[in-house]
Design a protein around this ligand. Structure first.
Ligand SMILES: Nc1ncnc2c1ncn2[C@@H]1O[C@H](COP(=O)(O)OP(=O)(O)OP(=O)(O)O)[C@@H](O)[C@H]1O
Ligand SMILES: [Mg+2]
Length: 347
């Protein structure tokens, strides 16, 4: 409705924890008006996973207070396919049909089983073709997500994809930053969660490559817990600040960091060969990016400037709805939730 100030709740249903960030327009910009973080208990099997997630979501909603039930959330994992393809120029209204027609070239699922979306990114250098991003998500995955959210009284407005949410959080971060960004700067955004790592490459603020690899913080925890005989939270504390045991920590998790570096390098090689552009910088987020020394390790191994970024930097937080110390403590984990809530800038 005209003039009405709408809030949005960005909800990141992670495998280890649910992260919720609510944003509301305020003045010329907007501010964070709600926040929730709730661990998800490990499930014994896949059948139990949905139930564990629902319990955590209920618990989060009973503790945090939000102004809105309008939710923007995302899907990720093996049922989500993102492809960057080159096609002949055509009118936007014809693009969807053309993609449907050619989809089986790009998507390993039956066309009737997926929800398809596509968007033109830019003209190809030859002027005749254009670059298009194509997203296909298994219908059952979207339906399960919608059912889960509705079952706890939420109203899903948009179902996004983790990788694009990360890109949106970065775009917001840049928009709020005092330093103007070069238009064609090539940056990689890497979100290291518990079970997966999302590798993205953005040109300016547009996503041009994305890939998920199934390595994350739970692999770090397993190695550290075994070596030092700690539980999960003990391992996390130690990994955040190992003090004099830095060398031992590095050595303990080296097999996982090496594998991550290898996967990232492969992604950069692929992008750089296809695009004749170089990835200049890396921004890491996600809970496992808290591993002491990780940015420095990436910088050394990949030869690109690497930063741990704070997706809340320069964002106003309303102390009436949000415990500032709590949200700041979780900042590295919130990139995707912030990106989801930032939808309100465009809708
Ligand atoms: N200091 C630390 N060093 C390394 N890993 C850490 C540290 N602190 C927390 N972690 C790990 O971060 C992970 C949680 O991060 P995050 O909240 O981003 O995951 P998630 O979104 O739930 O997972 P996913 O995206 O894979 O579904 C856990 O595996 C946790 O053990
Ligand atoms: Mg995550």
């Amino acid at each position: 409705m005209f003039g009405k100030k709408r809030s949005f709740l960005g909800l990141d249903l992670g495998s280890r924890a649910i992260k919720a960030v609510e944003m509301t327009p305020a003045g010329d910009g907007f501010q964070v008006t709600g926040f929730g973080y709730e661990p998800v208990e490990p499930a014994v099997d896949e059948a139990q996973e949905g139930e564990k997630l629902r319990q955590s979501l209920e618990s989060l909603l009973s503790r945090a207070r939000f102004r809105t039930k309008s939710v923007v959330t995302a899907v990720s994992g093996r049922s989500v396919i993102v492809r960057y393809v080159t096609m002949a120029q055509m009118a936007p209204e014809n693009l969807r049909n053309a993609i449907r027609f050619e989809a089986d070239k790009y998507i390993p699922f039956e066309i009737d089983e997926v929800v398809l979306d596509c968007q033109k990114l830019e003209d190809a250098p030859d002027g005749k073709d254009m670059k298009v991003v194509l997203v296909a998500v298994k219908k059952s995955v979207v339906e399960d997500q919608v059912r889960l959210l509705e079952s706890v009284g939420l109203r899903p407005q948009v179902i996004d994809v983790d990788a694009f949410a990360l890109g949106n959080a970065f775009e917001l971060h840049q928009a709020l930053s005092a330093k103007a960004m070069e238009r064609d700067r090539v940056v990689s955004l890497i979100d290291i969660g518990a079970r997966k790592t999302n590798i993205n490459i953005v040109v300016g603020t547009t996503s041009h490559f994305t890939r998920e690899v199934y390595i994350g913080g739970s692999n770090f925890v397993e190695l550290v817990a075994k070596r030092f005989g700690t539980d999960e939270s003990g391992a996390e504390m130690f990994m955040a600040d190992p003090g004099e045991a830095m060398g031992e920590l590095r050595e303990t998790v080296a097999s996982v960091t090496d594998e991550l570096v290898h996967e990232i390098q492969l992604s950069f090689d692929f992008f750089e060969n296809q695009n004749d552009q170089e990835v200049r910088e890396i921004y890491v987020s996600g809970g496992a990016s808290r591993l002491a020394g990780l940015p420095a390790e990436f910088e050394r191994a990949l030869g690109r400037v690497t930063r741990a970024w704070d997706p809340l930097e320069n964002l106003a937080v309303d102390p009436r709805g949000v415990n500032e110390a709590e949200i700041r403590d979780k900042a590295p984990n919130l990139a995707i939730a912030v990106g989801l809530a930032s939808r309100l800038r465009r809708d």
